[in-house]
Design a protein around this ligand. Structure first.
Ligand code: SAM
Length: 278
């Protein structure tokens, strides 16, 4: 870790907290490349989740017009007062982002890009929250542990493909834009990471009912080893005849498993279910 930051943390009496997943980045090349990969441009408003000691926050603020940074740990307040000193386009909010009302927040942001380097247990709720509730977010550039990144970006018929992949695909295109070894963090975590870019595309896949799409996907993956037909019978309490006729209408084999369906095929199936139950 950069000596300057090390002494600031020591002088502020800061102790790293595992429960908040505090692994900081100081490498200037890595910080700049995250900002570039996030597509941050002059005039942009960026929301950063989990600003830690502010290294990424500061780098973003050198490009963006405005940065709104969330941090759950108030003990970082004296650290950030020093590391972000002199930057007048950064607003730090000490709050759990997951508890934040996005609609209220968006009243003051206009369109924005979201950037985050977060512990794995916050990442999925964060992405789900933004994809479901945001009206103004253009993209999310998020550092996650590598195996989670593979799940977010998986294609059908692979072991990484799951309910979360298909749910995300409804609203966003995903891409692993950078792999980051564990040696780039302080303290060093036990896993390697990757930066995933989620580009939000409204009406990417259109469905009659987004909640029903999610229910269909979750039912299909409820028991991975079971056939889709069995999972539909269990998940929706369909009769076997109903489940079979849905599969026939969608041109899906009776022996197919959920993981063989692309997000577009899931959309077709959920729309047929809509016609059957609504
Ligand atoms: N962005 C910094 C960096 O790249 O060096 C810090 C990254 S560190 C992996 C994650 C940060 O997110 C920690 O400072 C942690 O306290 C904060 N954090 C964890 N959960 C959070 C939440 N729900 N809302 C806001 N911040 C959170």
């Amino acid at each position: 870790m950069e000596n300057n930051l090390k002494s600031i943390l020591a002088e502020c009496g800061f102790g790293f907290k595992k429960k908040f997943g505090q692994n900081f980045i100081t490498d200037k090349n890595l910080l700049s490349s995250i900002v570039t990969l996030a597509g941050v441009e002059e005039g942009d408003t960026v929301i950063e989740i989990g600003c830690g000691a502010g290294t990424l926050t500061r780098t973003i603020s050198e490009k963006a017009e405005k940065v709104i940074a969330f941090e759950i740990d108030k003990d970082l307040q004296p650290v950030l007062a020093r590391t972000l000193a002199g930057r007048d386009n950064i607003q730090v909010i000490f709050r759990d982002f997951l508890e934040t009302d996005l609609t209220e927040l968006e009243k003051q942001t206009g369109k924005y890009k979201l950037v985050a380097n977060l512990p794995y247990y916050v990442t999925t709720p964060l992405i789900t929250k933004v994809l479901e509730q945001s009206g103004l977010c253009e993209s999310l550039t998020v550092m996650v542990q590598e195996e989670v990144a593979l799940r977010f970006c998986a294609k059908e018929n692979t072991s990484d493909y799951g309910a979360i992949t298909a749910v995300i695909a409804l609203r966003a295109n995903t891409e692993i834009v950078k792999k980051v070894p564990r040696t780039m963090f302080f303290p060093r975590p036990n896993v390697d990471s990757a930066v995933v870019k989620f580009t939000i595309e409204d009406n990417r896949i259109t469905v009659k009912d987004a909640e029903l799409y999610k229910k269909t996907v979750h039912a299909a993956f409820a028991a991975r080893r079971k056939t889709l037909e069995n999972n539909l019978v269990n998940g929706f309490k369909f009769s076997r005849e109903q489940a079979q006729s849905l599969l026939v209408e969608c041109g899906i084999a009776r022996t197919a498993r959920g993981e063989t369906l692309s997000p577009v095929k899931f959309a077709e199936l959920s729309d047929k279910i809509f016609g059957m139950i609504k």
